[in-house]
Ligand binder design. Structure first.
Ligand code: SF4
Length: 694
């Protein structure tokens, strides 16, 4: 029997790497990185290779289900797709008629395949689309917008050609992006320097030339001192600054008090180490990448920390530079048409958003909104009631603080639907579960990747669904058909792809050879003569017109973070290479590799509390407590404890993950109200826990 090769897109995390799947007799034999994408080097990460285990897993929703008991009780009735879609469409129609279309909301995990979800909402007439970004990268996005007018993804991190890479709020070797890791490894072999600034010596730190252990919550202080040093020692790129930066004098004045000696008292990093680092960094300019991070929903001042990172990149002339942050190209930059958007089928709803973005909070960009404020509106009914909610591949009960409070907010809904390929707390709490086929069993709409070499790519189904599950487009199309949105009703994925390719000179068959269609063969770097920023002056603006207009400071003085009291620690969390948040924790293969998380605690602090490595400890906050094994180490700052996020599952249906590890989001009292008012993201690491010997 011949082995067939299917080009597809990994779905085990939000990076969505291009893959090639070998299939024989309808079974997957092997998953590897797409060999036509050089930076993949044929590899996938551990989670990527656990995709086949996901499709074999019987502990995932196997057919549509409707709740028969109370919400969260776990009493289900298996139903046909027709019954499930009829029910959801009918309920949504009734809700729409009674409360208006704006009473319907949907959240997802963002990414390149969401165009149909958003078009569906537009077709219904509701503005209430949010993704998970309020618990992830919103601060980064808003920081770059406020400085350059460019979004987070409008610049490329040209790691392969970099001369010095700084990772702060980014743990690239564990929160893996395969192409980024390979490119960085190549750069390191070619002499690139790597600096890691973190509260913990993570795997990225183990590969760094220079690791600086920093006091939790003081990154902004460190960065202000770096700016001070760059300016005061004239180490910045003066020609670039003259040409492209407005507001340098105000910046110089602002950072004057933030000397390296001052920063040492805040951060614990010596002034000498900071000065040496800045000199090294400046030597590599402009091929420098100070990565602004990804998951920066951490501290109340994270927006300003991210903004300071982008300011440093600007001072080093990295924006637009090869080996720095060149601007991403779009199809139009090569005279090509982009994919036709489903969103354009319907006008933008005029109703104001329930989360307040765009009117109550005019300084935020609308886009994916702020999910925590949407949930708030479910409770307050302000500005209007939200009555139907679809959590589309999104698990806010694991990803946001205060799950019990969130459940009370959800109690105001007349309909709660979860579209998911794995069980989650949110799915368990829903009225209807619509089981999504895992990525190896489904096709997705075509997507475009902007960058140095923009291209279209396709996710193809490698094998037929083994259970009664469906692809995204089938679910949206099925609901659209029942709700009178004829333009979103498609009979086959080929019809969808043909629609998207209308107006381009690309055919579906063009994807057959490699799974992609490149819109250029040569990476395009703009010359500095072509460099123009999307601000009103066309330059990088240290003083943001938009922020100031809304009474927000562009340059915010540093506030020293709270210190934990005796026996208490700041609770921090992050990723590892074996799991993607909560949805891989019950995966048979990954669970075997890493069944639970452990609590990193500093060795001296542990000794004071009589805690030994491997012993069980109690973590508590405000009367809530869980137990977890301790990892006693000198590799973490004494003020913090750390866990890998995503553990602490309490659903019996997930037998492998059941009762293993600790869920960090349950230790964030009032966490939904603690968010960065300028960047928008929830400040997930502004919480303290007590740790004691069990
Ligand atoms: S980084 Fe790993 S899990 Fe994420 S898309 Fe790539 S291979 Fe898949």
């Amino acid at each position: 029997m011949a082995t067939s090769k299917v080009y597809s897109i990994c779905g085990m995390c939000t990076v969505r790497c291009p893959i090639m799947v070998e299939v024989e007799k309808g079974e997957i034999q092997f998953v590897q990185g797409n060999p036509h994408v050089a930076a993949m080097k044929g590899a996938v990460c551990p989670r990527g290779s656990a995709g086949p285990a996901l499709i074999r897993d019987k502990e995932r929703p196997q057919a549509p289900m409707m709740r028969v008991g109370e919400r969260g009780e776990g009493q289900w009735r298996t139903v046909s797709w027709d019954e499930a879609l009829d029910y959801v469409a009918n309920r949504m129609t009734l809700i729409k008629d009674k409360y208006g279309p704006e009473s319907i909301a949907l959240t997802d995990r963002g990414g390149p395949f969401r165009d149909m979800h958003r078009a569906f909402l537009r077709g219904l007439g509701t503005p209430n689309y949010c993704n998970h970004d309020a618990s992830c990268a919103r601060n980064v996005h808003h920081a770059n917008l406020s400085l350059t007018g460019l979004g987070r993804k409008d610049v490329v991190y040209d790691l392969k050609n970099a001369g010095h890479v700084v990772l702060q709020l980014r743990n690239i070797f564990e929160a893996i992006n395969v192409q980024e890791v390979n490119n960085l490894m190549d750069a390191l072999e070619n002499g690139c320097k790597l600096t890691v600034i973190d509260i913990r010596a993570n795997v990225s730190a183990s590969k760094a030339h220079n690791f600086m252990l920093i006091r939790p919550g003081t990154d902004y202080a460190f960065n202000l001192a770096v700016i001070h040093e760059l300016i005061n020692k004239n180490l910045y790129d003066q020609d670039y600054a003259y040409r492209f930066i407005n507001g340098l004098d105000q910046l110089k004045q602002f950072v004057a008090p933030y000397t390296p000696e001052w920063a040492e008292t805040e951060t614990g990093v010596s002034a000498i180490a900071l000065r040496n680092f800045v000199r090294e960094l400046a030597n590599a300019k402009p091929s420098v990448i100070w990565h602004p991070g990804w998951m920066t929903a951490r501290y109340k001042q994270s927006f300003y920390t991210c903004r300071s990172i982008y300011i440093i990149n600007a001072l080093l002339g990295a924006f637009g530079a090869k080996g720095g942050l060149p601007l991403a190209n779009k199809p139009a930059d090569f005279g090509k048409s982009g994919l036709k958007k489903f969103m354009d089928l319907y006008p933008k709803p005029q109703q104001k958003r329930a989360d307040g973005v765009g009117w109550k909070y005019p300084h935020f960009e609308e886009g994916p909104g702020l999910a925590h404020l949407l949930y708030n509106a479910m409770e307050t009914k302000d500005p209007y009631p939200i009555k139907a909610y679809i959590a589309y591949r999104h698990d806010p009960l694991m990803g946001f603080p205060e799950p019990e409070r969130l459940k009370k907010m959800f109690a105001n809904l007349d309909l709660m639907v979860s579209v998911t390929f794995s069980w989650s707390d949110t799915a368990w709490y829903s009225d209807v579960v619509l089981p999504l086929s895992p990525y190896l069993e489904r096709e997705s709409i075509l997507a475009c990747k902007n960058g140095l070499k923009p291209h279209f790519f396709v996710r193809k189904r490698a094998v037929e669904p083994r259970f009664d599950t469906k692809a995204d487009w089938e679910i949206i199309s099925g609901l659209a058909k029942r709700m009178g949105l004829e333009q979103l009703v498609f009979e086959s994925i080929e019809d969808i792809w043909r629609y998207q390719l209308g107006g381009t000179d690309v055919q579906i068959e063009d994807f057959s050879g490699t799974g992609m269609v490149m819109l250029t063969n040569k990476a395009k770097y703009r010359t500095f003569d072509d460099l123009k920023f999307k601000t009103s002056s066309g330059k990088i603006e240290i003083i943001s017109e938009k922020l100031e207009k809304h009474g927000i400071k562009s340059l915010e003085p540093y506030q020293s973070p709270e210190k934990p009291s005796e026996g208490h620690f700041r609770l921090t969390f992050g990723r590892c290479a074996l799991h993607t948040q909560g949805h891989t924790v019950n995966n048979p293969m990954l669970n075997e590799q890493m069944p639970e998380n452990v609590l990193w605690i500093n060795i001296e602090e542990a000794e004071k509390l009589g805690i030994t490595d491997g012993s069980t400890v109690t973590v508590s906050q405000n009367g809530y407590a869980e137990t977890i094994k301790a990892k006693v180490t000198e590799m973490i700052h004494p003020e913090a404890v750390f866990v890998v996020h995503g553990f602490g599952h309490r659903l019996p249906v997930e037998s492998r993950a059941f009762m293993k590890g600790l869920a960090d989001n349950k230790f964030m009292k009032n966490g939904l109200d603690i968010w960065d008012p300028v960047g928008g993201a929830v400040a997930l690491q502004e919480h303290f826990v007590k740790v004691s010997k069990e």
